[in-house]
Ligand binder design. Structure first.
Ligand code: GL4
Length: 833
């Protein structure tokens, strides 16, 4: 097209195609123009929210330029790309992050101030993009930040849920859920691509025919269609011009409505189809580490992978390459088993539509995909009933059976007459009804499988996937320890500490090479540096205390030890053990004489986290925390020695306030249950110590920061089976300290105890599956050590500095480089020098 333009036309394009400036004055000019035009407001009618919108649009303009330049560079170079398939992207807020990554914060902050606003207030106006549940979704967001920062040609693919994770309110101490209608106001962080619409089908039937070469072929026909419409979310890198893309699909009806029915007066039926179509991407399923076998969820998964693959293939076909080169241009990472149907869909496209032989197609498929496992919990393993898959996706079900058949034939060959291993490895679980085991399908269809921390990657090889290791050998299974982005989790969330670090290290290079933090170590010896380090922590605690006061009315004294456990509420994470420990502390404090009390370190115990709406036991844990909080905080005899706080509606932007303010945080899952954890990394990076079990990434954190700087306790993972067995078949007496705490609840010290019976029963009739009784003693001992250590403020501060200094390994940049080098075979492509 461009070739046809005259010189004059080209000159005009050149003249106005230059970059938007990024100085203060240009900001102000854009800001005012957006107020007047985009927002259609007069300059006299601007509140904080409008100021946010105008600032966001001003930043968005600059983001889009980079986005365009990056995509253009990638199109020209046509490098291998990685596609990160994730059903969750927990991005949180974007404005502050974009300002920092683009290096605009200072001048735009000045600019907005001169226009009569404070940047802090403006930033507070943004609602979180909360399209995820917890660690898995936030990991995807951190990985996108690193992919952009390291100039990798990468795209994310996900769903644009109309409702993100529900908002949590408390009523009488119980969790209430409110819908998260985050798109209520316009969302400046997405670019609607209404022209990119892909028709997705469900249902229908399979027809057979013989092609011109006499081969039997299959065709998926009929069924109902809906449209997948693309919305692009630009993800800017830090200290680079690169800006990558997350493409989120939104479902729309194929036709707006059925005009014939409308004309016949059947108005409601006429819009029925439209509503059904829009349902698909209406809401994020609010479960973490728990599978719910709902048809709508399966539809979401297929809708998403179908549209994403069609999009990728369209891009691949532009360059006119042979199919066997597909894996040289495309790597697809499956974030958990949620996108596993993509394996089947690609095989279908290659065999049914492109006419490849099964084996050639399968070779391409397996060289394309790699699979990350994020959990070993049995209740989280995805299984879909065969009849449901058959009804929604008849051809895909056939292909799954064929994949399984050819796979099991190979197994049979390697292990002749071993029916047991066939049953164990089969993609199909033989129950009534039969089910598809998605993890098995993901392993068989991928060239690489990884866990997310060293312990977890070993566990999957020795437990849930051990028979696959027998068949494939160990090389297919590896470890990629999770990481977090230091841009959001230190630089943005903790600007004061970031400055103090930069000052000590001389420049900001550490933000792109986190291993440089090790040069902080000598500063731990400087009295003055420690004083300033402490001052930063203190001011972060003041900031959190103010937030707590505003939201809950509770006074949290910033001179206390801040003890934090924020994460999804789950039995395996053992918030229950934490609150039982709090009750134990409360009784202990009440038993002390005034003299003895003088020696006590005051504590504020802070909880936060959402329970899945249908998870009754987890919801009771929230209620118990709030009941204990009410009793303890109202007990004047305890004064400031103990306060208990449940901060409602924990989310990414709240985490940014809470994490920098923590002295100690708790990561106390039953050994072997928390695959990695990533908030543990965030806390330690911010100079918080951790109290934890020997589980997930805690172990590697311990290896990096040293035994003196972490409080570990509890039984090890290899003891868990025996301990559970003992609870099941012998009468193990409850730990006496635990027993007295339980008795206290049952006596009614924390309100009507009948409410808590089902929760307490998990320890008795439930056979204490998460081993609270076994770990309670060592937990209390570890807590004592924490109290003792905190008394020596200066020593504590040294530990805090060393913690931060030794966290370089846990940057998501390191993790992404490992994926790129060892799994994706991917090279960086800078958009501009
Ligand atoms: C999780 C794990 O529970 C968590 O330990 C891990 O850090 C995270 C990212 O790998 O993945 N798995 C599921 S399911 N939800 C998670 O948060």
């Amino acid at each position: 097209e461009k070739a046809k333009w005259s010189k004059e036309t080209l000159a005009i394009w050149e003249k106005y195609g230059c970059e938007e400036s990024v100085d203060k004055e240009s900001f102000q000019k854009s800001f005012v123009r957006h107020v007047n035009t985009t927002l259609a407001r007069s300059s006299l009618n601007v509140d904080n929210f409008s100021a946010y919108q105008a600032t966001a649009h001003t930043v968005r303009d600059r983001l889009i330029e980079r986005w365009n330049a990056t995509q253009q560079a990638h199109t020209l170079k046509d490098p291998k790309r990685v596609y990160y398939f994730s059903l969750e992207f927990l991005l949180g807020r974007s404005l502050d992050n974009a300002l920092l990554n683009l290096g605009l914060k200072e001048q735009f902050g000045e600019g907005v101030k001169e226009l009569g606003f404070r940047m802090e207030d403006v930033l507070e106006q943004e609602v979180d993009a909360a399209l995820g549940n917890g660690g898995l979704g936030r990991l995807a967001a951190c990985y996108m930040d690193s992919l952009a920062t390291l100039d990798y040609p990468a795209w994310g693919y996900g769903l644009r849920y109309t409702y993100g994770i529900f908002q949590q309110r408390l009523k009488d101490g119980f969790q209430m859920e409110l819908p998260d209608y985050w798109l209520n106001f316009d969302n400046p962080w997405e670019l609607p691509r209404l022209d990119i619409a892909i028709e997705v089908r469900f249902g229908g039937y399979v027809s057979k025919y013989t092609d011109e070469n006499g081969r039997t072929r299959h065709r998926w026909e009929g069924g109902d269609g809906v449209q997948a419409v693309a919305y692009d979310v630009p993800i800017p890198g830090y200290g680079t011009k690169n800006c990558i893309n997350i493409r989120l699909w939104s479902s729309k009806p194929k036709r707006q409505f059925d005009l014939s029915r409308f004309n016949a007066g059947e108005y409601e039926q006429a819009v029925n189809e439209q509503m059904k179509a829009e349902n698909i991407t209406a809401v994020l399923y609010p479960n973490d580490n728990h599978m719910v076998g709902k048809e709508l969820r399966l539809k979401q998964q297929f809708f998403w992978v179908y549209a994403s693959l069609a999009d990728i293939i369209r891009r691949f076909k532009k360059t006119d390459r042979a199919w066997d080169q597909f894996p040289e241009k495309v790597a697809i990472q499956l974030n958990d088993t949620h996108p596993t149907l993509a394996i089947v869909e690609l095989q279908r496209i290659l065999v049914d539509q492109e006419g490849l032989d099964w084996d050639d197609a399968w070779d391409i498929v397996t060289r394309t995909f790699a699979f990350t496992n994020h959990t070993v919990l049995p209740e989280a393993m995805e299984k879909w009933h065969v009849p449901m898959v058959e009804y929604l996706l008849p051809r895909h079900m056939q292909i799954i059976f064929d994949i399984n058949l050819f796979f099991l034939q190979k197994v049979e060959k390697q292990f002749p007459n071993d029916r047991d291993i066939l049953a164990k490895l089969s993609i199909i679980e033989e129950a009534t009804p039969q089910s598809v085991r998605m993890a098995h399908l993901a392993i068989v269809g991928s060239h690489r499988v990884n866990g997310v921390a060293a312990l977890h990657s070993n566990l999957i090889k020795t437990t849930i996937f051990k028979d696959f290791v027998k068949f494939y050998g160990p090389k297919k299974f590896e470890n990629k320890t999770n990481g977090i982005t230091p841009r959001r989790w230190l630089h943005q969330a903790n600007p004061k500490l970031s400055n103090l670090i930069t000052e000590a290290l001389g420049d900001k290079k550490w933000l792109k090479d986190l291993s440089l933090l090790k040069n902080l170590e000598p500063h731990a010896k400087s009295k003055d540096y420690r004083r300033r380090w402490k001052a930063v922590k203190h001011s972060n605690k003041v900031r959190l205390a103010e937030y707590i006061k505003a939201k809950t009315g509770i006074d949290a004294n910033p001179n206390s030890l801040f003890d934090v456990q924020v994460k999804r509420i789950h039995e395996y994470k053992r918030q229950f053990m934490n609150i039982l420990g709090v009750i134990h502390r409360y009784h202990y404090l009440k038993s002390l004489t005034p003299e003895e009390r003088r020696d006590i370190v005051p504590r504020v115990v802070i909880f936060g986290g959402k329970a899945a709406p249908g998870y009754h036991i987890a919801k009771l844990v929230i209620k118990l925390i709030n009941s204990v909080s009410a009793t303890v905080n109202a007990d004047e005899s305890i004064e400031d020695l103990l306060k208990v706080v449940f901060i409602p509606d924990y989310n990414v932007s709240l985490a940014e306030i809470i994490i920098p303010a923590s002295d100690i945080s708790q990561h106390i899952s039953t050994a072997g249950t928390e695959a990695s954890g990533t908030s543990n990394m965030k806390f330690v990076l911010n100079g918080g110590l951790i109290l934890g079990t020997v589980d997930g990434a805690n172990i590697e954190i311990n290896e990096e920061i040293g035994d003196d700087n972490i409080f570990l306790f509890g039984h090890l993972a290899d003891r868990v089976d025996d301990l559970r067995h003992a609870h099941r078949y012998r009468n193990v007496p409850m730990d006496p300290d635990l027993q007295s705490v339980i008795t206290s609840i049952e006596t009614g010290n924390f309100g009507d105890s009948r409410i808590f019976a089902p929760l307490i029963n998990t320890l008795t009739f439930g056979k204490d599956y998460y081993l609270l009784s076994d770990d309670f003693g060592s937990y209390l001992d570890a807590q004592k050590l924490v109290d003792e250590a905190y008394k020596d403020e200066d020593e504590w501060c040294k530990k805090s500095i060393l913690c931060t200094a030794r966290m370089g390994f846990f940057s998501s940049d390191r993790a992404i480089r490992e994926y790129a080098d060892q799994i994706w075979d991917l090279k960086p492509v800078p958009a501009k020098a």
